[in-house]
Design a protein around this ligand. Structure first.
Ligand SMILES: Cc1cc2nc3c(=O)[nH]c(=O)nc-3n(C[C@H](O)[C@H](O)[C@H](O)COP(=O)(O)OP(=O)(O)OC[C@H]3O[C@@H](n4cnc5c(N)ncnc54)[C@H](O)[C@@H]3O)c2cc1C
Ligand code: SF4
Length: 462
């Protein structure tokens, strides 16, 4: 064994997986996990833990894996994370725990994410479930949204004895984990649902098909339905567009709509009737995780796919692993290119996309070099479908229907970071609804902070 290198993880062959929706990464078996765990040198001052937004005791759980005590490893992780099988798969470990791992100085960091995934999968396969509290404290809390922030907040409050009900607008719980991230990265029945079921087993009720702001308002929940506090974890699901000519053409989608059709409504499966435009040649505009997911979904539905991004490869915001997988599968990257018009045929369907070449200028406010148009460099990409993946913002429905709830210029709810407290008494918020589109683990951290804030608030009212 070369201690400088990670134990390789088994993956589906790129040519095979480009034609199916099965999970790309197959994960470690116990022997591989124990071998990888033995690479951890159990640092006295573990930098990896500082890199983890929810401060999992990483050397602690890795030690248990090394010694073959997987159930104990699961207990260590459960102290800090309610969704380990999800986080082990989708967290940007390279910029968090693994980015800080001491092993990474001379070789490859310990494969912390894959070890977390192994422990979580092992626990599920061995039927290990969290224990519900013996009795409740009789106080009711409403959670809006069943994404990672809402699930974490609800789970933490249930463990403290609160009676928690999650209200979810869609017909399935899970937020982006269910409707956004595709099956080939995050299996729904095998991974997401069992982790949601674990939250239910703590006593949390989940009511689907309830749009807060339409079916019921926050004031009604507080004043008429007997809830003593509310946590808003409603995410940032409203897609942005470029505002270029032709963007309303047939065959132009937001990545959110495209992915929701495929993931939540199962359009990729032959036994479902949900329509989806598979496209022959698809352009995905943008360079984040969402763009990679849309591109790799379109590829699996049979299209030739181009990712069109206005900066260079170094600035691609998507996780390095996702870009690597996308390239292996045959996605074409048209970098330093920006769309300026969507072209249509006489029936209004997309038949091309006019772009302009870009070059990188001085750094902008984000610290990344600003893309600047190269005059006279227009060109046309021959495509019949365009998927816009330019970011999302929070839906204003809740802020518009809740008096006294302050939002900022970007329509994000204003909330204290350490408690989730908002401008409205008894109302707490966290996750993408507060930060704008971010990550699963940051949403979980915010859910945890919200639970702490609500517990302090309701404890003080006795
Ligand atoms: C395609 C895609 C890929 C991504 N990939 C990654 C990744 O690889 N790694 C990573 O860390 N992050 C990734 N992210 C980001 C991550 O998923 C989000 O940051 C995270 O899910 C935010 O969690 P949340 O709980 O705040 O909101 P969400 O997950 O968005 O959940 C919000 C929930 O609230 C519900 N809701 C909204 N309004 C209402 C209402 N009025 N009433 C009732 N319910 C309501 C919504 O239906 C939704 O279910 C990705 C995002 C997308 C879209
Ligand atoms: S920094 Fe790396 S080697 Fe050190 S405890 Fe964390 S995982 Fe182990």
């Amino acid at each position: 064994m070369d201690v400088l290198k990670k134990v390789p993880v088994r993956e589906q062959d790129p040519k095979v997986r480009a034609t199916n929706f099965e999970e790309v990464c197959l994960g470690y078996n116990e022997e591989e996990a124990r071998e990888e765990a033995s690479r951890c040198i159990q640092c006295k001052n573990p930098k990896c833990v500082k890199g983890c937004p929810v401060s999992i005791n990483i050397p602690g759980f890795i030690k248990e894996v090394e010694e073959g005590n997987i159930e104990e490893a699961a207990k260590v992780i459960a102290l800090s994370s309610a969704l380990p099988a999800v986080c082990g798969r989708v967290c940007p470990q390279e910029s968090q725990c693994e980015g800080q791992c001491i092993r990474g100085i001379k070789g490859e960091p310990v494969s912390i994410g894959k070890l977390e995934r192994f422990v979580a999968d092992w626990s599920r396969e061995h039927g290990i479930v969290p224990e519900a509290p013996e009795k409740t404290n009789g106080k009711k809390v409403a959670v809006i949204g069943s994404g990672p922030s809402g699930l974490t907040c609800a789970g933490d409050l249930a463990k403290l004895g609160y009676e928690v009900t999650i209200f979810e607008a869609l017909h399935e719980p899970g937020g982006v984990l269910t409707y956004g991230i595709p099956e080939f990265r995050l299996p729904k029945d095998g991974v997401v649902q069992p982790e949601i079921d674990n939250v239910r087993k703590l006593g949390v009720k989940i009511e689907t098909n309830v749009i807060v702001g339409k079916s019921v308002t926050i004031d009604e929940l507080l004043d008429e339905e007997g809830f003593q506090a509310v946590f808003i974890g409603s995410g940032a699901g409203l897609p942005m567009f470029m505002g270029i000519p032709g963007e309303n053409a047939n065959g132009v989608f937001s990545a959110n709509e495209y992915l929701t059709r495929s993931n939540l409504m199962k359009a990729f499966r032959d036994d479902y009737d949900t329509p989806i435009v598979a496209g022959n040649k698809v352009a995905v505009v943008g360079g984040g995780n969402v763009a990679m997911d849309a591109a790799r979904t379109a590829l699996r539905l049979g299209a030739e796919v181009h990712v069109v991004y206005r900066r260079s490869e170094a600035e691609l915001p998507a996780r390095a692993e996702e870009v690597h997988h996308a390239k292996e599968e045959g996605i074409i990257f048209d970098l330093l290119s920006n769309p300026i018009e969507i072209l249509t045929d006489e029936k209004g369907w997309v038949n091309g996309m006019k772009c302009i070449r870009m070059e990188l200028g001085e750094p902008d406010a984000s610290g990344r070099r600003r893309p600047v148009e190269v005059k006279g460099s227009e060109f046309v990409i021959d495509v019949d479908t365009v998927i816009m993946s330019l970011g999302t913002s929070p839906n204003p429905l809740i802020s518009n229907t809740t008096k006294g709830l302050d939002i900022n210029k970007r329509r994000c709810i204003i909330a204290e970071e350490s408690t989730g407290k908002t401008s409205k008494e008894g109302v707490y918020a966290g996750g993408d609804a507060v930060t704008g589109a971010a990550t699963v683990i940051l949403a979980m951290e915010a859910g945890r902070a919200g639970a702490r804030g609500i517990d302090e608030y309701l404890s003080a009212r006795n």
